[in-house]
Unconditional design. Structure first.
Length: 269
């Protein structure tokens, strides 16, 4: 290995633009080992380690000014502190990406089951997390409580679908537009509980996807009637309120009259 390298050679070896090397020279971060005739810059192989370190620290987004300071210290304390801070930040990003992957999986599953599966199914669903209040009350869901419930890396509300529920009694009497509660439902745990939150235990549910194109949701009558016939035919027993969950809205060329896809869950035993 030769002793000295031109700025062009260093640029190729370390994949650093020559302009960046000149900038590092101008601020004193990385100066050539010597300047030759015609002001040619020459770097020594003895500088390879520091060049590699600078490139690595820039890769983890260490600011130039900070990098100048910690590389001029007489101990490794500054570098070590920066690396530990970066490691912690990466761990947070990994957690966020894992959460994002989980959310994508949930959305994929719900959209495929709701929009592309025309069959009524009997499914064992995991526990779900609901935030709701009685339908028809004068007050709305407390926005502060929604925000508090949403706080955290999981960003709970981003995974939640808007829901309405129908009591077992109204369901059996065919009152498919008489709602009991409304709010939000998600497979992701909320970060904190409040007076509106409830954990729905895992169990058997009769499930069906419903496409709605009318403001009045007339399509619900046929959907629920089919599900009740399925329940009767399979000798199942309704054990609680039905959940009508909004899974996807599409403008369909008219943002004021979207096409809506709902997933209906009726708990049975």
């Amino acid at each position: 290995m030769k002793e000295f390298y031109t700025i062009g050679e260093i640029s190729k070896i370390f994949n650093i633009p020559s302009a960046t090397l000149r900038y590092y020279d101008s601020i004193g971060l990385l100066c050539p080992w010597e300047i030759g005739e015609n002001n040619y810059r020459y770097y020594s192989k003895a500088q390879f380690e520091i060049i590699s370190m600078i490139m690595f620290m820039r890769t983890i987004n260490t600011p130039i000014k900070k990098l100048q300071n910690i590389l001029n210290e007489k101990t490794a304390d500054g570098v070590l502190e920066e690396l530990k801070s970066c490691e912690s930040s990466i761990d947070e990003k990994i957690y966020e990406l894992e959460q994002l992957k989980q959310k994508i999986g949930i959305f994929n599953k719900n959209i495929e089951a709701t929009c592309y599966n025309p069959k009524i199914t009997l499914e064992k669903l995991p526990k779900m997390y609901m935030m709701s209040k009685p339908f028809g009350d004068e007050d709305e869901l407390d926005i502060d409580e929604i925000i508090k419930t949403t706080i955290g890396v999981g960003k709970w509300a981003n995974t939640a679908g808007i829901i309405s529920t129908i009591t077992k009694e109204n369901l059996q009497k065919g009152r498919f537009h008489t709602y009991e509660r409304y709010g939000y439902l998600s497979e992701i745990p909320f970060s904190r509980k409040n007076k509106y939150t409830k954990i729905l235990p895992a169990g058997q549910f009769v499930c069906y996807g419903m496409k709605v194109s009318s403001v009045e949701h007339f399509e619900a009558d046929e959907a629920y009637a089919k599900m009740l016939r399925y329940i009767k035919r399979n000798k199942l027993k309704i054990r609680g309120s039905a959940i009508e969950r909004n899974v996807l809205d599409l403008y369909s060329g008219n943002k004021n009259n979207p096409t809506m896809y709902f997933r209906i869950y009726i708990p049975v035993e």
